[in-house]
Ligand binder design. Sequence first.
Ligand code: CMP
Length: 138
Amino acid sequence: KRRITFTMIKPDAVADGNTGAILNRIEGAGFRIVAMKKTQLSKAEAEKFYGIHKDRPFFGELVEYMTSGPIVAAILEKENAVEDFRKLIGATDPAKAEEGTIRKMFAKSIAANAIHGSDSDENAVIESNFFFSERERY
Ligand code: CMP
């Protein structure tokens, strides 16, 4: 069954001009783009989106970084979307990411790690609804 995941191309990757190369890899891996937009998160939006991390020591740095420039948000559809997308992007820490993964190719550090991927079907729906209305999905 086809399901969705949610992704953001993070500020470092957008600023470096890697948006097109990353989208090319995503579509090349068989994901269909259901919705997409370029936008910049406010501090309040970033704090809400990353609310589950609010007690982590890196929360301040995470919010600062994610609001530092525009991001590209998208809903992606594929069979086993969440699991397959996490394989495509690789480990959170680019030093641990496998060869050929998006983070291995484009991430600079654990914080500036180029791309987000939902960690469960439930969060994929919550995160998609955070960014997109029904009318923005095709
Ligand atoms: P992601 O898994 O998409 O969502 C949580 C983010 O927190 C993660 O990507 C990293 O960008 C960030 N993060 C995780 N661990 C650290 C850390 N030790 N220092 C800074 N940022 C981190």
